[in-house]
Design a protein around this ligand. Sequence first.
Ligand SMILES: [Zn+2]
Length: 180
Amino acid sequence: MTIEVIFWTQIASIIGFVVALFILYRLLVEQKDATIQLQKENIAYLKDQLTEAKSQSPDVLAQKLASRVKLFEDEVKRLDEDKTSTQEQIKAKEAELSRAREEAEELTKKVLHARELLSDFLCPHCGAPLAERAYHSESVEYQGREIDVDHEYTAFECGYEIIDGEIKGKCKNSVAKTST
Ligand SMILES: [Zn+2]
């Protein structure tokens, strides 16, 4: 093999290497762009979900239902007072009203259920939110054997504290309430 052949083979392999590197780089950039695009879409989707959740929150729903019930009640009253309205019209309105009431009752049940689920995270006295919940276990010697003892610490923003099921801190809000 002449020097010249070796030289050109080396040049070719260097060019090949650079081309491969460039392709790899392009691929990576494209992948990154795709990932960013995907993230953007995810964020947009989550924002939509959040807006929807906000408009569907129990409070907003309850308000909507309450105003609907009020509207129906007014209408039934108006129809009742209006001597020209027929019995059928009144009956139809009353049926609508009772449907709206049922919906409102259903919603109240759901809200109560949600509160029940949340109760673990709220002070049982005043409803203040959970400030801290920590678990830790320690090894103690018991009758010559090593056993793990689990400790649970729960604290609420109002000062109510529970350590291993025992009340260690009082709820400031309920103390204030009972003293006044
Ligand atoms: Zn409390």
